[in-house]
Design a protein around this ligand. Structure first.
Ligand code: HEM
Length: 530
């Protein structure tokens, strides 16, 4: 009897102490949460900024819109501005400003730091994702020579050759009376151009049946950027998982997270970017031409050894190629849709091109010269409008003024606070771009000014502004002008089972993404005889 009652008493006292431990822990947790809530709502230096209390309380507010509603927090921020005015607190730590007049000055500051991209995109050593302004300056300076107008003119023959190949593919679709999917064709083109520019060879995506590209892999990757923002351990974890497992469970992410370019079985090229960079570092060139490439430029630069490791250069390769492939092809897709969808725009553009590039003696198609294309006002206006409605990126873009307070109107934002603005807000500022959702190239003609006397171009901020703005602008403008110039000089198009919802921004995955069940922009086409 004695032994069994001792055991019973012991069990009782053990269960009592477990229960009380659990209750104490729960109580401490609730107290901690309550203290945090009071701090965030009433004591934090950001508590004076307007905005929804829930957003100030927890990042789960953002998580709900990004993860459950799939990339809709940008839209929610827009709604907050309608309710609370031009400055709002959008998370416990961050404020957002919607004011087109403030954009250029805000991003133009020299020592601005860029927070969060290293977490959401990974590849933290690329210029796009580097946090600190001094490190970024050094890395960007080493790349600058490759992106000057002069260097890009050396790339023009490559763009020319790839367009020749694309036109051959167009002809196949014309002759076969088959619709072409430009959401697949454009990234194949821009991908081949970027691979040539970075490594000096291509995977011949334009020539592949049905067009291959990195597009689906990139989309798979950036769709995870919201997960990575909420759970910063996500990308490092993916990176630490063996290739075979990632390939099995995350076939699209695998190609980028594991530094591979073999997202699909069809892409089975024997090399990947990690190996390509490794070979280049050892002096075994990947360059199949005599052209100077971006990787040559990096290896010959005076960057310190820490910036020339295989990991660092691979990060750079992936980001530069991705940045070059997706943004340009989104702009081409958006521009093409609107030109084809609006007969008077197509007619005016086509006539301008026929006049500038008349039929030649042999009556053969030719790729228009970039220098001549750049003189055409209506083509330029169409490109500007395509840039405006493709946004470059759709997400907010936080910056930190390290060690310095930031003034916005009557507000003083504490030093070190992430402050963000959003390109889409400026592109749809009705005071600057009336009827902003419509594609109206005419708004750009004749050097127009806005109501505040600024040139309209001052507000075309699709390439960003300031020291972190797009380094690839000359490449992008050249390939877009040459592609649209060639297409609308020599072909006519009709939409095929496609409409505005195949190109219109619906989800913010950092890049603007249309409805998720879109099959892409599909067109039928005919050749122009002369
Ligand atoms: C229509 C085409 C393009 C658009 C709209 C675009 C847009 C942008 C924007 C908005 C940024 C700035 C991001 C920020 O402020 O944080 C950026 C940066 C960048 N872009 Fe582009 N881009 C385009 C084409 C290209 C091309 C063709 C390349 C490569 C050849 C490229 C390479 C880069 C790189 C490397 C950065 C990072 C620059 C830095 O942080 O110093 N982009 N781009």
């Amino acid at each position: 009897m004695a032994l069994s009652s001792v055991i019973r008493d012991l069990k009782l006292s053990l269960s009592f102490s477990w229960t009380s431990c659990a209750i104490t822990a729960l109580g401490a947790w609730i107290l901690g949460l309550a203290t945090l809530a009071v701090y965030r709502l009433y004591l934090s230096p950001l508590s004076k900024f307007p905005g929804p209390k829930l957003a100030a309380l927890s990042k789960w507010y953002e998580a709900y819109y990004e993860l459950v509603r799939i990339g809709k927090f940008s839209r929610e921020i827009d709604r907050m501005h309608d309710v609370y005015g031009p400055i709002v607190r959008v998370t416990p730590y961050e404020v957002h400003i919607k004011d087109s007049q403030f954009y250029n000055g805000f991003y133009g500051y020299r020592d601005i730091e860029k927070h969060g991209w290293d977490v959401k995109i990974g590849n933290g050593n690329s210029i796009l994702t580097t946090v600190h302004s001094d490190v970024h300056r050094r890395r960007r300076a080493a790349l600058n020579p490759m992106f000057s107008r002069r260097s890009v003119m050396n790339l023009v023959p490559v763009i020319h050759d790839k367009l020749e190949l694309l036109c051959k593919r167009f002809d196949e679709y014309v002759e076969g009376h088959k619709p072409i999917n430009l959401t697949k064709a454009f990234p194949a083109l821009t991908g081949d151009i970027m691979m040539e520019y970075f490594f000096g060879f291509t995977y011949s995506h334009v020539e592949a049946p049905g067009f291959l590209s990195f597009h689906e892999a990139y989309m798979g990757f950036i769709s995870s950027s919201h997960i990575a923002t909420q759970f910063p351990w996500f990308l490092p974890l993916m990176d630490s998982i063996p290739d075979s497992i990632v390939m099995r469970f995350f076939p699209l992410l695998a190609s980028l997270i594991r530094l591979k370019q073999r997202a699909k079985a069809e892409l089975t090229h024997p090399q990947d970017q990690w190996d390509l960079v490794g070979r280049s570092i050892k002096g075994q060139t990947t360059n199949e031409s005599s052209r100077h490439t971006i990787i040559d430029q990096m290896l010959q630069s005076d960057l310190p050894p820490s910036d020339l490791t295989q990991q660092r250069i691979t990060d750079e390769a992936q980001v530069i190629i991705a940045a070059g492939v997706e943004t340009s092809s989104i702009c081409l897709t958006v521009g093409t849709f609107h030109i084809v969808n609006t007969p008077h725009i197509f007619t005016r553009l086509h006539q301008e091109l026929v006049q500038a590039f008349p039929p030649n003696n042999a009556n053969r198609r030719y790729i228009p010269e970039l220098i001549e294309l750049e003189k055409l006002p209506y083509l330029k206006a169409c490109i500007q409008e395509a840039l405006r409605l493709s946004y470059g990126m759709s997400s907010r873009n936080p910056r930190v003024y390290a060690g310095r307070e930031l003034r916005y109107k009557e507000w003083t934002i504490p030093a070190g606070t992430p402050v963000a603005m959003t390109v889409v807000d400026v592109c749809h500022d009705e005071a600057i771009f009336p009827d902003s959702h419509s594609f109206i190239p005419e708004r750009w003609l004749g050097n127009p000014k806005t109501h505040d006397g600024e040139s309209l171009e001052h507000y075309l901020i699709t390439f960003g502004r300031g020291p972190r703005s797009c380094i690839g602008i000359n490449v992008a403008m050249s390939e877009i002008a040459m592609t649209l110039g060639t297409m609308f000089r020599w072909y006519k198009f009709d939409l095929y089972e496609s409409d505005i919802t195949d190109v219109r921004y619906e989800h913010d995955w950092h890049l603007p993404v249309p409805r998720l069940d879109s099959l892409g922009l599909r067109l039928t086409m005919t050749k122009v005889d002369n």
